[in-house]
Design a protein around this ligand. Structure first.
Ligand code: SF4
Ligand code: ZN
Length: 360
């Protein structure tokens, strides 16, 4: 990393650590045999419509967020975790508990395992627990797709070959937060702590095992104007496609507790992205997309003041159109959306950096 970039990053890390404050110690006491969250939703599974189970396992949390580097500027996932490391058995019990939600569901099913960190990090998920969980999935013929999340430093040939061997010919994707293809944006605005090369290496390793890559793309990290954020997300989606990502999951920033983003937002120095910006990125992405890359988006807190929002009148319709597009991949659903506030959004795109005022 260049010296000047390293210095700016140090300042951002300090601010991120400060914002996180004592939230590490304030984590709630949780039953270590229960996941932090689980939900079932209709989803596109391969080329069919099916059902997806998403599970957030309760672990000690992301190593980057626990470290002195302070974690990412927009993320408070650490609060989902537990202070004491759960045993392998407890983690497997969390998984079994969540799987009960699929009892009555029919194929095709997708299982997404999140940990508020990295499923491939042995510190968070001991190898024994990981292989037991994957064996349970392997025994269920209805499950056609598995999504696991990890930072790139834990993606290596040995771990992926074990996963491939256990899951047979199921579609597998590793979800990784690329966030931005621009190293400066990822370092200064997000404090992600890895460079594009690490991401690309992990993606290539995954390809060798016929494992796809779900690239998370962040829309509107702090310290960027609406327009620069929009352009950055569009070029990141293009880069993800060029690298061979199998899915892009567009994540508009939402204001989470004890984060640098929340600090800036409270002071009036940050506004989550407009839903119009979300629609614009999806339109651009789908117009240039080939059939092999899916583009999905489920705006967390969409339409609310802590999430991507517009004027309040049109928000529900736009969020619904975004969700339907994610399910069907039909770009026609993103056409003909309109509201008077589109003029205000266009004004923001043109004038925010000139006026030097954050347009809320
Ligand atoms: S976004 Fe991912 S890598 Fe960053 S702190 Fe959160 S869990 Fe860790
Ligand atoms: Zn509106």
């Amino acid at each position: 990393m260049e010296e000047s970039l390293r210095r700016i990053n140090e300042v951002v890390q300090k601010a991120t650590l400060q914002a996180r404050g004592s939230s590490l110690r304030r984590r709630k006491k949780r039953d270590p045999t229960r996941p932090s969250a689980k939900w079932v939703a209709p989803a596109r599974v391969g080329r069919e419509q099916g059902t997806a189970l998403a599970i957030v396992l309760s672990t000690i949390g992301c190593a980057h967020a626990r470290s002195d580097s302070g974690g990412c500027t927009m993320c408070s996932y650490l609060l989902d975790g537990v202070q004491e490391k759960p045993t392998s058995e407890q983690i497997v019990n969390q998984f079994k508990f969540a799987m009960a939600k699929l009892e009555t569901k029919t194929a095709p099913l997708s299982v997404k395992i999140y940990t508020s960190g990295s499923f491939l990090d042995d510190e968070e998920i001991p190898a024994e627990a990981r292989s037991k969980i994957l064996r349970i999935i392997a025994e269920d013929e209805r499950i056609r797709e598995v999504v696991l999340e990890s930072r790139p430093e834990y993606v290596n040939a040995s771990i992926l070959s074990d996963i491939r061997a256990l899951l047979g010919d199921r579609a597998i994707e590793i979800g990784m937060g690329l966030e931005s293809a621009n190293d400066t944006v990822r370092t200064v605005c997000i404090n992600k702590n890895f460079d594009l090369k690490m991401f690309t290496d992990a993606l290539k390793t995954a390809k060798n095992f016929n494992i796809g890559m779900r690239a998370y793309v962040l829309l509107k990290p702090p310290l960027l104007t609406e327009r620069d954020a929009l352009l950055d997300a569009i070029s990141t989606v293009q880069e993800a496609r060029a690298l061979g990502a199998t899915t892009v999951s567009l994540n508009p920033v939402n204001v989470q507790k004890d984060t640098l983003v929340e600090k800036l937002w409270t002071r009036g120095n940050y506004r989550p992205p407009w839903l119009w910006s979300v629609v614009e990125v999806l339109r651009e992405a789908s117009s240039a997309s080939d059939e092999w890359m899916k583009i999905v988006c489920d705006p967390v807190a969409g339409g609310k003041k802590r999430g991507a929002h517009n004027c309040g009148k049109c928000d529900n319709d736009i969020v619904e159109a975004i969700r339907q597009f994610s399910l069907s991949q039909d770009p026609a659903l993103l056409q003909n959306l309109t509201c008077d506030c589109i003029n205000q959004w266009e004004h923001v795109l043109k004038h925010e950096d000139i006026s030097l005022v954050v347009h809320r």
